[in-house]
Design a protein around this ligand. Structure first.
Ligand SMILES: C[S@@+](CC[C@H](N)C(=O)[O-])C[C@H]1O[C@@H](n2cnc3c(N)ncnc32)[C@H](O)[C@@H]1O
Length: 536
């Protein structure tokens, strides 16, 4: 039994030789393979060290601790490396003293066996497909979480499914797909388990991806093949992967579609012209799809021309329920918002009047100052007084100017032009606020609000979904006909008892008799009366 991939079950503690993610900030995560080195590595006496803007972190301080732990930076012994640096005059104090006040405020415990540096801290997180997507080394455009979560849902990727993916690219989708289909590692006895069959034709990307699959413990769950799927399709050593879900992230998905048929497809038309059909004769044709299940596909294309071409070929090949979707993803920020003229300049604080009383007080104050200035000011070269009460040398045309000063301030001692409205009345208000809020935890202050991102940052791609019904043979048709006979429904459905059937027959005869009588009556009438009336 192989070690379970940390993507599928990371366990409670960090372990050596596995992937971990160093969380520096919300959008800055650094992947690292934790190493349990003995002795100096790369000039560091502590062994392997991660250097970040928050300081240095020997791997030894990151191993065997609970996932999610906060770890403080260490003062590392740079050994020969340090000497070399000093010689070159490169040692900067910033080596341990950098940098970000948020991280410098850590209350994390000192690292074991090392001296804690004051430079900052990091968090150590277990790998998940989501954070791997944000931190992986990009070799291509990747599929992001909002798209792949929706795609995996629509193509019914669930534990035990077999999924074809082309191309593998940077492996972002691969990691999410393997987690979705995972239901255990296959045993050597060829047990069928959920699996991702991934195809990539760029040699260097294939090789890098191959290393990653191995390093992430995904052997047996991801089968990576170096192949041009347009020409060579999806069979593996001539055998079908028996896939139920397909995801194509290729520049020309329609060129791969003929290989994903149930039977050898007839030649298809591309842009109205005949295109070459897959190159094997009928006897050799094998479908890569599982015969007794519906196949679900998604293709991922950045432009609409590719979409129309894909859908055209899908229709020719018998795909059904074809639909295009674009995921328009917006982040929703949830925060606490506080209003008031005397708010400290914190995040979520709006220095504007928090209520009508504050607004009125502010207006009064501005008005009073205006009047005072008016009374005192006669000078030609006066400073200007702004709407918010600030005094500036300004452009006389500025619409925000509401008066002029003589350049000596407002004469009341509180008109220092700080624009923040810190007047006596506000001071009182501030005292009141402090009283009100002193009992409340700082993170509970203000109104809880949520806001969506004002605009969509990027268009990712158009998603085309379709289904291909399961294979349907003559034998299956006959078996279905026997089970649900067509055209003889009365004999089977709601089988009537003998008496009911007799009654039904009697009524039928009665109906027939009555019809006969009516017909003959109509004939008798028709033979005498209308003619009579005509002649008379
Ligand atoms: C946009 S990338 C895929 C990114 C991937 N889905 C991810 O999430 O990381 C497209 C990949 O398709 C590969 N590709 C293009 N044509 C191919 C073909 N005919 N057969 C196999 N792979 C192909 C490219 O080399 C490239 O790596």
């Amino acid at each position: 039994m192989p070690n379970i991939s940390p993507f599928l079950d990371p366990g409670p503690l960090t372990t050596p030789d596995t992937l971990a993610l160093v969380h520096l900030s919300r959008d800055n995560l650094q992947p690292v393979y934790l190493r349990n080195d003995v002795g100096a590595v790369d000039g560091y006496a502590e062994g392997a060290v991660i250097n970040t803007r928050f300081g240095s972190f020997p791997h030894s301080t990151l191993i065997n601790i609970p996932w999610g732990s906060q770890v403080r930076a260490s003062v590392v012994d740079t050994g020969s490396r340090g000497r070399k640096k000093r010689k070159l005059g490169q040692v900067a104090e910033s080596d341990v003293q950098d940098k970000d006040s948020e991280n410098a405020a850590s209350d994390a415990k000192p690292a074991r066996g090392t001296m804690t540096a004051s430079s900052g801290f990091i968090h150590i997180l277990p790998p998940t497909p989501e954070i791997w997507t944000t931190s992986l080394p990009h070799r291509t455009q990747v599929v992001y979480t909002p798209d792949y979560s929706y795609i995996l849902h629509r193509i019914r990727a669930r534990p035990g499914m077999r999924l074809i993916e082309a191309g593998a690219g940077s492996g972002s989708f691969t990691h999410a797909a393997v987690r979705a289909v995972y239901n255990g590692y296959p045993k050597p006895s060829d047990e069928k388990k959920g699996k991702v069959f991934s195809f990539e034709f760029d040699k260097s990307r294939y090789e890098k991806m191959h290393e990653e699959v191995h390093a992430h413990g995904l052997n047996g769950l991801v089968q990576l093949t170096h192949r041009d799927v347009y020409n060579d399709g999806f069979l593996l050593d001539g055998e079908s992967p028996e896939a139920e879900c397909i995801f194509l992230d290729l520049p020309a998905p329609w060129r791969a579609l003929p290989h994903l048929s149930r039977r050898r497809p007839k030649p298809i038309k591309l842009f109205g012209e005949d295109a070459a059909a897959p190159s094997s004769d009928d006897s050799e044709w094998k479908s890569p799809l599982r015969a007794d299940r519906t196949a679900y596909i998604c293709t991922f294309s950045p432009c609409i021309e590719q979409v129309t071409q894909t859908i055209d070929v899908m229709r020719q090949l018998g795909w059904m329920e074809i639909e295009m979707v674009e995921v328009a993803h917006r982040k929703i920020g949830v925060m606490r918002e506080r209003f008031g003229l005397n708010m400290p300049n914190d995040r979520g604080a709006n220095v504007t009047p928090g209520n009508v009383a504050e607004a009125v007080a502010k207006l009064r104050e501005v008005e009073n100052r205006f009047k005072e200035f008016h009374a005192q000011t006669q000078g030609e070269d006066a400073d200007v007084i702004m709407e918010d009460g600030a005094i500036e040398n300004g452009d006389p045309e500025d619409p925000r100017i509401i008066g002029k000063s003589n350049g000596k301030g407002d004469g009341k001692g509180d008109g220092k032009g700080d624009g923040k409205g810190k007047s006596r009345s506000n001071g009182e208000q501030h005292d009141r606020d402090s009283e009100d809020t002193s009992a409340t935890k700082p993170w509970m202050l203000g109104r809880l609000v949520h806001r969506t991102e004002p605009e969509l940052k990027t268009h990712t791609s158009y998603l085309v979904f379709a289904v291909l019904p399961q294979e349907w043979t003559e034998e299956q048709e006959l078996a279905a006909l026997e089970k649900w006979p067509c055209g003889k429904e009365n004999k089977v459905i709601g089988s009537l008892d003998k008496e009911a059937r007799k009654q039904e027959k009697r009524e039928l005869l009665k109906g027939k008799k009555r019809k006969k009588e009516l017909d003959s009556k109509a004939e008798g009438d028709g033979a005498s009366s209308p003619k009579k009336s005509k002649t008379s």
